[in-house]
Write a protein that binds this ligand. Sequence first.
Ligand SMILES: Cc1cc2nc3c(=O)[nH]c(=O)nc-3n(C[C@H](O)[C@H](O)[C@H](O)COP(=O)(O)O)c2cc1C
Length: 318
Amino acid sequence: MASLRVTLGTLALRNPVLSASGTFGHGLEMQGFCPPSAIGGLVSKTVTLRPRPGNPLPRLCETSGGLLNSIGLENRGIDAYVRDVVPVVASADTWIVTNIGGEAPGDFAELAERLDACDAIDAFEVNLSCPNVQGGKLPFGTDPVAAARVIELVRARTRKPVWAKLSPNVARIGEMARAVEGAGADAVTAVNTLLGMAVDWRSRSAGLATVQGGYSGPPIKPVALRCAWECSRAVAIPVIGCGGIQCAADVLEFLVAGCTAVQVGTWSFADPGALARLPGEIAALLDAARVDDVGCLIGTLRDGLGPRPVRAATVAGA
Ligand SMILES: Cc1cc2nc3c(=O)[nH]c(=O)nc-3n(C[C@H](O)[C@H](O)[C@H](O)COP(=O)(O)O)c2cc1C
């Protein structure tokens, strides 16, 4: 059977499939559908310094294709996360990635400092890109200087790997990727949700109480794929693809486009067992194509642009 192992900076993953933040609880809520040992890593819902009640209802709206959400980073805050979640995920047989979010750069720094002490956490994903806080107007997601500042602050407070999660709602995502790489990010996650909205013309009401929200699911795959490819062309650090993935072929497309691993989000709502099945389905596709190592596919797109930025030698973890 084909090898599915990939190396993401200092983390050796058993396969390139991870859960996407906010769609899989904090990790173990979904273990009835997906044992942690089946996948490469679990990414938590965004954790903030203080508890957040989230946005008013309705904050989920299905469209004719894809999902709109404006959850607004509802979570119980770092104290509850450290007290109730960290001890539980410590036993999970996979990498634990904690996604952190804030309203000011100092929030991210404080979160990183406090969570750095938790051995159960293997990496941070910095949510620079939530469209549902302050109407998507926070500058970290769209301004390379502000994004770099946040990553610098987090980098200075932890030795754990730092992944920067980018927004697709920018003109040049490659510039954002370069900025966070320069600030010390170990990987880039591309992407968070696209800004969108829905309208019911009969009631003249918007589908979401906040009117605008984050659009996700299979219809965003072409946009996410383009963003991930652009990032992989811009930086030497690994890129983690995210957006619209629902099957094994989707995963391999992101790898060929330049990603080292992927995250699956909205599709877990449609098919909660999908994440657990994906690795086997990827292996079956590779075996049928006589590819014996999934790593051979990474960044092999014939885009006519010549060699990609050189990746530094990596140290494989356990
Ligand atoms: C209901 C919902 C909640 C989400 N919450 C978060 C979150 O807390 N933090 C975050 O970084 N991304 C969050 N996301 C974004 C996803 O992690 C992912 O980047 C996005 O949905 C695109 O992937 P997908 O099309 O596979 O869902 C959320 C997405 C959805 C649908």
